[in-house]
Design a binder for this molecule. Structure first.
Ligand SMILES: NC(=O)NCCC(=O)O
Length: 420
């Protein structure tokens, strides 16, 4: 292998060892540090788009949150998506937060210590969100801010590569330890929190699901959504652990807007995004756990495309760091056995229906992304582009109804001059 190819492969896998991009926290930081300001402005316009005809505004970060991010060394960024002023409706601005984090202690520690350490690690980041007036919080595929959101299965290491059954012990009922931990913050800060966990459904024979719980701003449980699509790609052997979701595509009407959750691998399915849009979502969160080698080229595209196509905001959250497991595993792909998934590349970000998006959080550090968004932008984009009105759903409904039948025949018209 050429040296440059080996370096490129290593960068894809680990970001050059420490998860950074050649020493930079993010693509935006790499560009801003290396381009003349006027060139950076142009590149930014092309990469991040424009919101109401202008570059996305950053927002002053409240001092207490800044102090917490300095003390606990997490990335903290804040932006604002505007909408046009309307004659008949007031602006509907909500402050939404995304949290990305690495695990806190090695996967060899006791399960109870691992969970406690993650809770401890998240406390200052959630406090920073709460003290900044976040209305909705989402954790990575596992947590959310005042609208908050966390990453996929935030309360445990992402052990779904190993296929070892012992990790099932970390699954929790809907009203379990993680929910109780977050309910306190929801009450304290009048915040809606989206908490993605590995769920144990005790009323149905201990069935496991990959579930996002929506905690209301009074600490109440509004409902849950279970991940619809399970990956069977690379080391993501998740079907060993939980079942395909059975909750459809619910939209949760909260004090701060209509929200939905499309968990991780569901982002590769355009119909999954569409269904949340048809049910009226204004913000869809995509709590994820994914690694550079597998999906990084897709990461900036799929969620942003979904936001445009469905006229809603999307919050994308990914884990950070490399998680090393005690026993080596393989995934039947001929690669040597290994003890980690590769590097979870963070890079959480927001996309807006007008095709603008925020810069991403760090590729290697924990982080909190705070974004104010005027939800009026959703309807304004529907009125402008008419994607929903012009969608011709009836012709697709007809095709899909025929496609799912065993006797379906693809509509292919063959050139009669082809020599068959
Ligand atoms: N957790 C999960 O669904 N990961 C799948 C990998 C990907 O979709 O990038």
């Amino acid at each position: 292998m050429e040296k440059s190819e080996a370096v490129a492969n290593e960068n894809l896998r680990n970001g050059g060892g420490d998860g950074s991009i050649c020493g930079y926290e993010s693509l935006c930081q790499l560009l801003s540090s290396n381009l003349e300001p006027h060139l950076f402005e142009e590149v930014n316009r092309l990469i991040l788009g424009l919101n109401c005809g202008k570059a996305l505004q950053s927002v002053a970060i409240p001092e207490p949150a800044k102090a917490l991010s300095d003390e606990h060394d997490f990335d903290l960024q804040a932006f604002r998506f505007n909408a046009d002023r309307e004659a008949l409706r007031e602006p509907r601005v909500v402050r939404v937060g995304l949290i990305q984090n690495s695990i806190a202690i090695p996967t060899t520690a006791s399960f109870s210590d691992q969970k406690k350490a993650i809770f401890q690690k998240l406390k200052p980041i959630i406090e920073a969100a709460g003290s900044s007036g976040v209305n909705i919080l989402c954790l990575q595929a596992s947590w959310m801010m005042t609208l908050r959101e966390l990453q996929e299965a935030w309360m445990m290491p992402f052990a779904f590569c190993t296929r070892e059954k012992k990790w099932c012990e970390l699954a929790e009922p809907i009203d379990g330890e993680s929910t109780k931990f977050l309910q306190e913050y929801a009450r304290k800060y009048n915040m809606v929190i989206v908490s993605p966990i590995l769920e144990r459904d005790v009323n149905h024979g201990d069935t496991l699901w990959n579930t996002a719980i929506i905690i209301g701003n009074h600490g109440n449980i509004i409902g849950k959504h279970r991940k619809n699509h399970i990956p069977r790609v690379g080391d993501f052997n998740e079907s060993t652990y939980y079942m395909e979701g059975n909750t459809g595509h619910p939209v949760f009407e909260t004090a701060f807007g209509k929200i939905a959750v499309n968990i991780c691998y569901g982002r590769h399915h355009p119909l999954n995004w569409l269904a949340f849009g048809l049910n009226g979502a204004e913000i869809v969160f995509n709590p994820s756990a994914t690694v550079g080698e597998l999906s990084e080229p897709m990461w900036p595209i799929e969620a942003r495309n979904a936001a445009i196509a469905n006229s809603y905001f999307v919050g994308s959250i990914n884990r950070v760091g490399t998680e090393i497991f005690p026993n080596a595993f393989t995934s039947g792909d001929g690669k040597p056995q290994h003890n980690d998934f590769g590097h979870f590349y963070g890079s959480s970000y927001f996309s807006a229906p007008d095709a603008s998006c925020t810069p991403s959080l760090s590729r290697r550090k924990d982080g909190l992304l705070i974004t104010d968004m005027d939800l009026n932008l959703c309807r304004q984009l529907k009125d402008k582009w008419g994607f929903r009105m012009t969608a011709r759903y009836e012709i697709y409904a007809d095709l899909l109804a025929r496609y799912v039948r065993p006797d379906f025949e693809p509509q292919v018209i063959t050139d009669p001059s082809l020599n068959r």
